[in-house]
Every structure is written in C-alpha cells, then in structure tokens.
Write a protein that binds this ligand. Structure first.
Ligand code: CA
Length: 224
C-alpha cells in the first residue's frame, strides 16, 4: 500500500511516515503542492494525504487537479483549520474525507483504512469511464458503447488497473506487481499476450482506440 503525503511541516510529515511505515505502508512525502502534483503524475498511489496550507499550490487546488485526472484515488485532507467552510471547500474539491489537526495517529490510521476499503465501494465512483468504455468496480463488469464485454478474471484485473490509472503510462513492472504476483517472471511475454487479448475485446471494431502501447515504456489507456 503506497501513500502520497503532501505536507510542508517536516516534523509532522516524518512522524506520519514513521508511524505508517511501522504499519506496513510505504510513504512518499512532498513538501509543497507542485512537487506533490509531479509525484502524483509519476507514480501510482493507493491514497493521498493532503495538507491544505502548502507552499506553491494549496491542498484544495491540488485536490481539484488530482480529481480531474483520477476520479478513484481516495484523498484525505489534513488541516489545522476546522471550520465548516474549509470542510465544504475540501469536499467541493473532491476530497473523500477530512481530518483536523492536531489528530491522533490512531485516528489517521483508521480514516485511512476506511478510505482504502471504501475505494472500491458503492456510489458514483464505482463506475469508471473513458470515452464510451465503462468499468463497474462493484459488479466487476466492462462495457463499450453500452455493450457488455466478457473478460476473464485476469483480463478484468488488468483492465481495472489500467482504468484506475487512465492517462498514465503503466510499465510492465507496475502491471506484474499489481496484477500478477510479486515473484512473477518478467522475462515471459504473458503481459503482452494479455494486453493483446484486452485490445481485441475493448478496441476491435470500436473507435477511438483506447489501449495504446508506448514503445520502451509500457501501456496507457487514453483517448487519442
Ligand atoms: Ca501546512
């Protein structure tokens, strides 16, 4: 489980990282909003923890951009300001939850666990869309142009992973770690084979093409 923490108070950030590491989470820290955004665009996180008052770009702005690029990743806002106005700004920016400083580490941990569990839960977020392609996280179904597409369990897992990260280039290593097991033999071409199965099912006979190969880098699901 990988966490992106955007927090300019270094002591608080390292306190959170220490606690989360002890719980088995991997934490990357950005000390300002702009660095937070570039980390978010470069890597894949299971949850994002965002301070509100940040140098360069505040937490609300950053949250809005993250949400416009990834509708599924849970965002938990951390702030010293506990006013209603702030809360609603946070929710309007697309945050999933809100935690006022100072907080107990245990509470942060509970909220974080609830959010990562809820990530594939009900509500509008359970449907991910790209052009006329739809993926339902609850029912684990995929449809294109309203037509149901039958996928095997592995194809679905790959599809879900690509869809949760649409617009991002996903490497074979990312895919092998998230969709296959960690001791997956990366010298085989099984990922390429599954990509070609998926391409046949979701792109063949449809326009625009959505699943692209980026030579030397990996794959990306996007409209272009
Ligand atoms: Ca701050």
């Amino acid at each position: 489980m990988k966490i992106l923490l955007v927090e300019d108070e270094e002591r608080l950030a390292s306190f959170i990282r220490k606690g989360m590491s002890a719980e088995g989470y991997e934490v990357e820290i950005a000390y300002d909003g702009r660095t937070g955004l570039s980390l978010f665009r470069r890597d894949i996180y299971d949850i994002i923890l965002l301070d509100v008052n940040l140098p360069q770009m505040n937490g609300f702005e950053l949250c809005r951009i993250i949400r416009s690029e990834n509708e599924a990743v849970p965002v938990l806002m951390l702030t010293a300001l506990d006013s209603m106005a702030d809360k609603s700004d946070g929710f309007n920016a697309g945050a999933d939850d809100y935690l006022a400083k100072p907080f107990e580490f245990q509470e942060l941990l509970l909220r974080l666990r609830a959010l990562t569990r809820r990530n594939s839960g009900s509500g509008q977020k359970s449907i991910l869309r790209l052009a006329d392609l739809e993926l339902n996280l609850d029912a684990k179904t995929v449809a294109r142009a309203g037509k149901r597409i039958d996928l095997t369990t592995r194809e679905y897992a790959l599809m879900e992973y690509l869809m949760l990260n649409k617009g991002k280039i996903i490497s074979r290593v990312d895919i092998s770690e998230r969709v296959w097991s960690l001791n997956f033999d990366s010298s085989t071409n099984v990922i390429d084979v599954y990509i070609s199965y998926l391409r046949k099912k979701i792109d063949k006979g449809f326009s625009p093409k959505l699943l692209h190969t980026i030579v030397g880098m990996g794959y990306v699901l996007r409209e272009d």
